[in-house]
Design a binder for this molecule. Structure first.
Ligand SMILES: *Cc1c(COP(=O)(O)O)cnc(C)c1O
Length: 373
């Protein structure tokens, strides 16, 4: 029996994908970067495709290549590709590439010349996030690409951009980015660049902003059943999605402690009354943030037990309560439960000063993923 594991409910993933596709005006690209947000690249990709996702997307090219190696045939886009990346392999494996700069165009065309394969590119425009995509270089990039298209050196499959504040409903910056995007697309069209696919929406925009859907929505966090922003958009239940990951570890020890016991490194918690504590066999080496406070904890049996003191490298302590019937060896659910109300990735995000995205993607390699349903 394992010390700790993450259970990945693929039927929940499937129902989330179906839900997002049902509210989307376009097709769906399943975002499976960062090992599918910590949920396991290949099983998640396969199930997302089975559920109707017609595209897959990753940040890294290595991740896209792994998808191809697993036999997946649908179109795949990689969007974070330093110039030194293996573009030859990308072309040979028919991976679509984001194009954010003239330097990338040169690197990709060089690889194309060596392989005699025409690159499939998605022009990436910066519409206001000031992260990826061409900004001041956009016109020059369009000019070069239109020349390359005429010479048959590249094929433009898409034009795309990314929202910075899609999780803030009604924020004027979203309108600004949207109209900026349309303007950039028009500039491309004026040079004869007419891609088959425009894409702009992440999960938040997919959920709340149909006018930004265009031909394809990029489904990320919501596909994993988590809210892009709990405060602004509500939780999973409100959004009609189900968390895909549960996370559990064994209780290494259960013991009685008196009132006034200081718990953990630095003695940052002191028991206010006699109680039972549980030592949970998971720590920051497994991705449980060290700064988690007592707003997070575990569910053992039918009860929630908050964190006591600091999280250590391989373990942390929870307050089970004086009358707890928990025993050494029981499962403690950090996320989810065996039934009933448990802690969520949202709660962990709050307790750690971060967001649910970071909680699930940072689960460490020592924690096996178990794919169920
Ligand atoms: C991560 C990412 C997404 C998905 O974002 P979510 O907020 O998880 O839906 C979409 N597009 C790009 C370019 C991304 O990097």
């Amino acid at each position: 029996m394992r010390r700790a594991e993450a259970l990945i409910d693929l039927s929940a993933l499937e129902s989330n994908v179906r839900h997002l596709l049902s509210i989307s005006k376009g097709k769906g690209l399943a975002v499976v970067k960062a090992d599918a947000y910590g949920h396991g690249l290949i099983p998640v990709a396969q199930r997302a495709v089975a559920a109707g996702a017609s595209w897959l997307g990753t940040a890294l090219l290595e991740e896209s290549l792994k998808l191809r190696e697993s036999g997946i045939q649908v179109p795949i886009l990689a969007w974070l590709t330093p110039l030194q990346d293996d573009f030859e392999s990308a072309l040979k494996k028919k991976i679509d590439l984001a194009l954010p700069s003239l330097d990338h165009l040169t690197a990709i065309e060089n690889a194309a010349a060596r392989t005699s394969i025409t690159p499939r590119i998605h022009l990436e425009v910066d519409t206001g996030m000031t992260r990826g995509g061409a900004l001041s270089e956009w016109r020059a990039l369009l000019n070069s690409v239109s020349e390359s298209v005429k010479k048959g050196k590249v094929e433009v499959i898409g034009i795309w951009s990314h929202f910075a504040r899609a999780d803030e409903p009604g924020h004027p910056f979203n309108e600004e980015q949207l109209s900026n995007f349309k303007f950039r697309v028009k500039e491309a069209e004026e040079l004869g660049i007419r891609p088959e696919i425009l894409h702009l929406s992440n999960s938040a925009a997919t959920l709340i902003d149909p006018k930004s859907h265009f031909d394809l929505v990029r489904m990320g966090i919501a596909m994993y059943g988590l809210s892009p922003d709990v405060e602004n958009l509500g939780d999973s239940t409100k959004l009609g999605i189900q968390p895909v990951m549960s996370l559990r570890a064994r209780l290494q020890l259960v013991k009685e402690v008196p009132a006034g016991a200081q718990v953990g490194y630095g003695g940052t918690a002191i028991t206010s009354a006699a109680t039972k504590v549980g030592v949970v066999a998971m720590g920051y080496a497994d991705g449980v943030p060290r700064n988690a406070d007592s707003r997070a904890g575990v569910r053992v049996g039918n009860r929630k037990a908050p964190i006591l003191g600091r999280v250590s490298m391989d373990q942390f302590v929870v307050d089970l309560g004086n009358d707890s019937i928990a025993r050494t060896g029981d499962w403690a659910y950090l996320i989810g439960s065996e039934g009933g109300d448990g802690y969520t990735a949202d709660a962990w995000g709050r307790a750690c000063g971060t967001i649910n995205y970071e909680i699930v993607t940072r689960i460490g390699p020592r924690v096996p993923l178990v794919h169920i349903n």
